[in-house]
Design a protein around this ligand. Sequence first.
Ligand code: PLP
Length: 282
Amino acid sequence: AYSLWNDQIVEEGSITVSPEDRGYQFGDGIYEVVKVYNGQMFTAQEHIDRFYASAEKIRLVIPYTKDVLHKLLHDLIEANKLDNGHVYFQITRGTVSRNHVFPDASVPAVLTGNVKVGERSIENFQNGVKATFVEDIRWLRCDIKSLNLLGAVLAKQEASEKGCYEAILHRGDTVTECSSANVYGIKGGKLYTHPANNFILNGITRQIILKCATEIGLPVIEEAMTKGDLLKMDEVIVSSVSSEVTPVIDVDGHAIGTGAVGEWTRKLQEAFEAKLPISIKS
Ligand code: PLP
């Protein structure tokens, strides 16, 4: 397998990252995940734009242009002959003797990336998944796609141990998002989701779903739901690069709507799928 290491595509095993890399010691960096369908990246530009936006928010300078990065990701996919899966990439604030204060501007950032093979989770899309409520104990800048994922890791582990696909996070009574996805409720022919502010990551998939909703005549209301609101929704979905439009049919043992995948969800899935670089419909 080949990996991305700064501006080079190299054999995975030839990469050396120092134990004093700030990503390793502080989680001082950011990342992105881009889905690959039939060898083609989906919404690569949007992910690259968010990568640069996250970097700017933490005052990390990416020493490459967006076009160079785009080309590197493309080359990485080609080198690995990846058909279906995703490309992961991250950048850290570099390697320097441990100190919370930023290193000098002369210390180069460390960019790495790799690909992972994986097929779409058609079974989840068709049958729906279970979720559980978990208190959102993350920091207050969830809009940054930070390498610090401990809050998300703990939440997802809890969900996994309960046999659930996702943890639906809430701050007090207010539902924010999931450990690695956005969450939506549909009720009375309207789609509700948390506004894109510092409490959530504005998913690239979220942005596409909001467009799809408008296209299919499902009005979008960017307002936070309470836990009680969410349980009373007709339909609930979660979204991310890998989850696409995944229906949630059960939260902590409470059936959502009829407990089966709803009509609006199906329509959203169709509208979403129509935008993908794939020819075979699931
Ligand atoms: N929210 C969080 C906390 C995430 O980690 C992710 C993706 O990993 C998302 C939302 C969904 O974002 P995207 O649709 O860009 O994958």
